[in-house]
Every structure is written in C-alpha cells, then in structure tokens.
Design a protein around this ligand. Structure first.
Ligand SMILES: [Zn+2]
Ligand SMILES: [Zn+2]
Length: 350
C-alpha cells in the first residue's frame, strides 16, 4: 500500500480556535499499527477543553490535538504486530496503560498513573488522517458495523463500566439521569445486563426520543414533569435499584439519594459542575446505599462492539451531525452550542 508523506492534523491553537495543518504521516515500528482514521466522534470532554482549556487541574498545552472516539482501517503494521494486518477495520481504545503498575496488574488499568489517553493533555488525539496506536488496544469490528457506529464503543464503554461497577442485576430498575451520548449508551448497557425498567431523564425532547428508540422504558422531561413523584409512582414508592448519574447536574446527583431504593446503588459518571457536592449521607446510611464512581472503563471494547452490532442501524440515529476535518471549527461549535438539535457530532478525517 502506498501511503502519502503528509496528512492533515486539526490543531487546537488556543482557546476555541482549531485549524488544520499539514504534518508528516507517522512511521510504525514494533507493536505499533498505523490506522487511517475514518470517523471520530466529538466527546463532551473535547468540547470542554475547547471552550475552557482545562478540566479540573488538567490543562491543555497548545497546540493540542483533540479526539479519542475513533475507528479506522489498518494501513501499515510494525514488525512485531501479529493480531492485525493491512485492511483490517478496527475500533481504537484510546487509553494505553503501562501494564506494569499496581493498578494495571489488578486489572484496573483505567487508574494507571502513566496511562497515555488520546486527546487528554499532553497526549495528542485522533483528529488526524493517520494515527499510530499499539495493537494491544485495537479491536476488530465486524463488516456490518460502520466506522462511525464503531466510534460509539467509547461512550458505550463508559456505560458498560458503570453498570458493571454498580452490579446491575437482571430484572431490576435503573434511573439514568442525563441523555447525552454517555447516558444514551448507558441505556444499551443496562438493557444488555437485563434491567427491566430503564427510566431516563433530560430536558431536551430530541434526547428523550433517542432514549426511547434505544430502549428506555420511561422518559421524564424534568422541565415538565415532577421527577420524584413519577419515580415514586413507577416503583411502588420504593425507589429504583440503581441510579446512574451522567449529567453532571448537581441537584440530579443530590436527589439520587432520595430516588434510590433501600440497599440500592448510585453510580456517578458525570463530572459535576462544581467539585464539591453536598449529599444527604444520613439518608444514604439509613438506606445502606452503595455509592460508586466511574472513571473511564476497563476491558469493555469487545462487549461494546458486540452490542453495537446487535443494535444495528438503530444506534446510528444518535449521530446527528457530520463534518469533514476541514470544517472542524464548525463541528466543534456545533457540539458546543446546539444542545437542542445535536446529539453526537462526527468528524471524518478521510
Ligand atoms: Zn469520550
Ligand atoms: Zn499502569
């Protein structure tokens, strides 16, 4: 295969300013694979870094390259690569862990202090035409899963990790608050783990409609409906077995203590708008509620890809906007500003 020498790279030059530059296509050696990037989803974290330049203590070092929800096709392999060959279609797990530290050895490699996660500063991301990645974090995708759908393996992984952490049991009820892409993907995860009732909340009708299509059994628009009363009614006054909070909304997190059944669990996925959130710990103790936090995911990609395959074209309906890499500035603005009409914004570097 003949590869070009140069490729396009979308650089975040400063706050809210992206521009496309030419750069050399990377060379691959050892266990590295060169992937022609076919689709990259814009994540909430990309939007946050774009608009604010930081998440908590983590600051962007300009120029930066964003994007970590990506899939593509193998175009070159290093000499020690043995699981992939040229032409293979792959989903890319963005976080490459050291595989040697205490957390990696325990299987909790999402907590690896040395993890190199695409687009998390200072590591550069996937808004490039060709990306180098180790074969250990690549996963084959079946022919009937499109590249753009395969990028959803990343947010779906967060949903899978959330329901695993909270030990979701078949036949139980789950409340998922916030129907951004992670919340929507958590519906698919909860359904696959056997949840019977999947109640979801948001304020945007577009998002609630998407939730219905993906398997939510009841949607609540918190702008028009009093959530506590509805949930109490739906669960015969006992509350839900599990709350998965994906919105980052402070009052959604606080009210989850009320809405969870005795002995149930709360899984916190969304980063709250402010660092400290007061919770009713007394009530948590009296109900012996398990509180879990979720940071990214571990060992989720094969299941995520399998679930995306089983969802077929249904899942594609959450991809609302499509841009070429040349229009990346418009793509970022769309993801940042158009919450009512936009769900997942997709960028196609090639
Ligand atoms: Zn993401
Ligand atoms: Zn490690």
């Amino acid at each position: 295969m003949i590869l070009p020498d140069q490729m396009k790279v979308a650089y975040l030059q400063r706050l809210s300013e992206v521009s496309v530059k030419q750069e050399s296509v990377p060379q691959v050696t050892g266990k590295d694979v060169l992937i022609k990037v076919m689709a990259v989803g814009i994540c909430g974290s990309d939007v946050h870094y774009y608009a604010h330049g930081r998440i908590g203590q983590r600051k962007v070092q300009y120029p930066h390259v964003q994007g970590h929800e990506c899939a593509g096709v193998v175009v070159a392999v290093g000499s020690q690569v043995n699981r992939f060959k040229i032409g293979d279609r792959v989903a890319i797990e963005p976080g490459v862990a050291c595989q040697a530290c205490e957390w990696c050895k325990k299987g909790r490699y999402n907590l690896c202090p040395d993890v190199q996660f695409l687009s998390t500063p200072p590591v550069k991301g996937a808004f490039v035409q060709y990306l180098k990645h180790t074969e250990d974090y690549l996963f084959p995708i079946p022919d009937n899963v499109s590249y753009e759908n395969a990028t959803l393996a990343e947010p779906l992984s967060v949903g899978i990790h959330a329901v695993r952490r909270g030990r979701l049991q078949p036949g139980t009820s789950v409340l998922i608050s916030g129907m951004g892409p992670v919340g929507l993907m958590t519906i698919i995860a909860a359904k696959s783990f056997g949840a019977k009732e999947i109640i979801v909340t948001d304020m945007e009708p577009l998002r609630l409609e998407a939730a219905k299509r993906l398997g939510a059994t009841r949607t609540i628009n918190v702008k028009d409906e009093y959530m506590d009363a509805t949930i109490s009614e739906l669960t015969a006054q006992s509350g839900v077995d599990m709350v998965v909070e994906t919105s980052g909304n402070v009052s959604a997190l606080q009210s989850s203590v009320e809405l969870t059944k005795r002995g149930g669990s709360i899984v916190v996925v969304g980063f709250p708008a402010k660092e400290e959130v007061p919770l009713n710990v007394t009530l948590m103790l009296q109900k012996e509620i398990d509180l879990y936090s979720v940071y990214r995911y571990t060992n989720t990609y094969p299941l995520a890809i399998q679930l995306l395959e089983s969802m077929g074209s249904q899942v594609a309906s959450i991809i609302t906007d499509k841009y070429s890499i040349d229009d990346i500035d418009e793509a970022m603005e769309q993801a940042l500003t158009n919450r009512a009409e936009s769900l997942k914004v997709m960028v196609y570097p090639n």
